[in-house]
Design a binder for this molecule. Structure first.
Ligand code: GLN
Length: 207
């Protein structure tokens, strides 16, 4: 299984290391045509506005097609890119997950912090209510979750990780904690020989 990590900007190398540690073959994706050669993609943190600029119209369209067909996991800026609606300021989203997300939504003091959240019992995690360390860096906030979206993790009252079909997003940075469960869950989502294969088959998303 070959997993791409979008390597235009930002925090891609920590994802590469984590995925390799878990046994995946990793390709750093710098050109749109490389998307044709991978089974899943991680969109890392960084600055979502800069990602949009670097992708350009062609890259954005190619990525939009990719996320409709193949498993994709966005962290922080990557989560912003996957959303259907982006605020502060308004900007284009790939529409892979029906969420409204607000960029830089935490005040100055809280804008970067390590907190303990909950990994919920979900299709991606079968041990209910377990705690998870979460690293937030100028994090966005998920303000609204659409009907077809599964919440997979929370922190306080906030939804911080979600899944819709084969797209997954987290507003925190699991690649910066030692806990590998979130990346493991994504790799399971990518593997066709797992129970999650069926999620992919049934994933009809509004784009
Ligand atoms: N603040 C960034 C944005 O709005 C996201 C921060 C991050 O990815 N760590 O795009």
């Amino acid at each position: 299984m070959k997993i791409g990590v979008l390597a235009l900007q930002g925090d891609f190398d920590a994802h590469r290391r984590r995925l390799e540690e878990l046994g995946a073959e990793v390709l750093l994706v710098k050109k749109p045509e490389q998307l044709d050669t991978i089974d899943g993609l991680v969109i890392p943190g960084g600055e979502s506005g800069t990602f949009l600029k670097l992708l350009g119209e062609e890259g954005f369209e190619k990525l939009k097609q990719f996320v409709r067909r193949k498993p994709t996991f966005g962290t922080c800026a990557g989560a912003i890119l996957l959303a259907s609606e982006v605020e502060n300021p308004k900007q284009a989203g790939l529409g892979a997950i029906d969420i409204r997300i607000r960029r830089n939504a935490y005040g100055r003091q809280l804008d970067s912090s390590i907190r303990e959240g909950q990994l919920l019992h979900s299709s991606l995690n079968h041990s209910p209510g377990s705690t998870l360390e979460m690293v937030f860096i100028r994090a966005p906030k998920i303000e609204h979750v659409g009907a077809g979206v599964e919440v997979i993790a929370t922190e306080g009252n906030d939804t911080v990780a979600v899944r819709q079909g084969s797209a997954m997003a987290a507003t925190f940075h699991p690649e910066l904690s030692d806990d590998t469960r979130i990346h493991q869950a994504f790799l399971e989502l990518c593997g066709s020989d797992t129970p999650f294969g069926k999620l992919r088959a049934g994933s009809v998303r509004r784009l």
